[in-house]
Design a protein around this ligand. Structure first.
Ligand code: FES
Ligand SMILES: [Fe+2]
Length: 357
C-alpha cells in the first residue's frame, strides 16, 4: 500500500458524485479515508478525513452535503471551511500558544480527467495526473468521457488481491474458457488472446486471421447490436473501434466502446480482498431516451466482469498451495509481464510514476 497506492494517482469517484460546493464524498483507499468536496469557487478539494484536534474522522457518511458549508467534527465540534482552514473551536479556553492557522486539515492532491476524480496520497505526486495518464487523453479525446453519466453501478467485494485483478485485465488468454459471451461478439478472442495467434514462434504467418468482431457488430453487447447512437464527437474510424481496453494501474480499468463505457474502480480492503465499483457510462441523451434499453447494454459486461472476479478468487485460493512460488507467463500475457515489472519497480522505489497499459 505504501509504495504503490500511497504513491500513485488513484481514481476514486465520478465528478458528478460531488456536484456542487459543499457536497462531499468519502472514499476509502485501504485504511486511508479521504474526504472529497468542492470549495465555494467550485474547485476540487480533498483532505484526509481526520480532525486536527484529536484525530476523529470528520464525515461519518459516505456521501452527503456539509451543513452550513462547513466540515464539522462530530467529536468536539471543531469546524473547518471548504478549503480546510480551521474556523471555530467551540468552548476552547484561550491560550497564548494556539494558532488556528497551524491546524488546518491535511490536504490531499486532487485532479480530474474524463469525468473521474483522482487523488494522490503522497506528499508530492511524482508526476502530474496528465503525465501519468500517458496516451489515454489523446486516444479518448473525442469520446467525451467527462460528459458521460453512470446509468448503472455495481459494487462487488472480490476475495482476491488487487494485483490478480490487474493481471486478469491485462490478458485475454483466458477468454476462450472463461468468456463465451465475449468471444461470441469478439471472435478474435476465441483463439486465446487475439495476439500473435496466426504466427509461429519465428513470427511467420501460419493462418489467415478471422474477423475481429462478429460481422455487423456496432458495439460490445451480447449480440453486437447498438440501441443508442455512437458518441457525438467520434469520427468514422473511431466509430469502427468497437473495443479499446485501458488500464491505469493500480486501480482504473476502462472498457471503451463507441456508445458506452464500462469502468472499474478498485479499492483494496485487505491483502486478499478488493472492492470493485463497476459503472456503465452513457451520454446523457441516451439515458434521457424513454426507449433506452439499459439491460441490453449491461448484460455483456455484468456477465464478463463476474466471470473475471470468480476466476481471480479461484486463483487467490490456489496460490495458497505451499509449494507454489511462482507461475509462468505465456507470450499472450505480455501485458501481465509489463504490469508485474511496474509493480517490482514501484516496490523498489516509490516515486517511479505511472503509465497506462
Ligand atoms: S477530535 Fe475533532 S473536535 Fe475533537
Ligand atoms: Fe476476462
Amino acid at each position: 500500500m505504501d509504495r504503490i497506492w500511497h504513491g500513485s494517482w488513484i481514481a476514486v469517484a465520478r465528478c458528478d458524485e460531488v456536484p456542487a460546493a459543499g457536497d462531499f464524498r468519502v472514499v476509502e483507499i485501504g485504511d486511508q479515508s479521504v474526504l472529497l468536496t468542492r470549495n465555494d469557487a467550485g474547485q476540487w478539494r480533498a483532505f484526509h478525513n481526520t480532525c486536527r484536534h484529536r484525530g476523529s474522522i470528520l464525515c461519518t457518511e459516505a456521501q452527503g452535503r456539509l451543513r452550513g458549508g462547513r466540515i464539522t467534527c462530530p467529536y468536539h465540534a471543531w469546524s473547518y471551511d471548504l478549503d480546510g482552514r480551521l474556523q471555530t473551536t467551540p468552548r476552547r479556553m484561550p491560550t497564548a500558544d494556539f494558532d488556528p492557522a497551524d491546524h488546518g486539515l491535511f490536504p490531499v492532491a486532487v485532479d480530474t480527467w474524463g469525468g473521474f476524480v483522482f487523488v494522490h496520497l503522497g506528499p508530492v505526486p511524482a508526476q502530474p495526473l496528465a503525465e501519468a495518464l500517458g496516451w489515454m487523453p489523446a486516444r479518448f479525446a473525442n469520446h467525451g468521457l467527462d460528459t458521460l453519466v453512470s446509468g448503472y453501478r455495481r459494487v462487488v467485494d472480490v476475495q482476491a488481491n488487487w494485483k490478480l485483478v490487474c493481471e486478469n485485465f491485462c490478458e485475454c488468454f483466458h477468454c476462450p474458457p472463461v468468456h463465451p459471451e465475449l468471444c461470441r461478439v469478439v471472435p478474435a478472442y476465441r483463439e486465446g488472446g487475439a495476439w500473435g495467434l496466426h504466427r509461429d514462434a519465428e513470427g511467420r504467418s501460419i493462418a489467415e486471421p478471422g474477423p475481429e468482431y462478429l460481422p455487423g457488430a456496432c458495439t460490445l453487447t451480447l449480440d453486437g447490436t447498438a440501441r443508442v447512437p455512437p458518441f457525438a464527437g467520434l469520427n468514422d474510424a473511431q466509430r469502427a473501434e468497437l473495443y479499446i481496453p485501458a488500464l491505469l494501474p493500480p486501480n482504473l480499468f476502462l472498457n471503451v466502446h463507441p456508445d458506452y463505457v464500462n469502468s472499474h474502480l478498485m479499492f483494496p480492503t485487505g491483502p486478499g480482498s478488493v472492492r470493485i465499483v463497476y459503472d456503465w457510462l452513457f451520454e446523457p441523451r441516451a439515458l434521457a431516451d424513454p426507449a433506452f434499453d439499459l439491460e441490453h447494454y449491461v448484460a455483456l459486461w455484468r456477465t464478463t466482469n463476474g466471470q473475471d472476479a470468480r476466476n481471480c478468487e479461484w486463483q487467490q485460493r490456489g496460490l495458497r498451495a505451499r509449494p507454489f512460488e511462482q507461475g509462468v507467463f505465456m507470450p499472450q500475457e505480455f501485458d501481465c509481464h509489463r504490469f508485474a515489472s511496474w509493480v517490482r519497480t514501484a516496490l523498489r522505489s516509490p516515486a517511479t510514476g505511472q503509465s497506462p497499459i
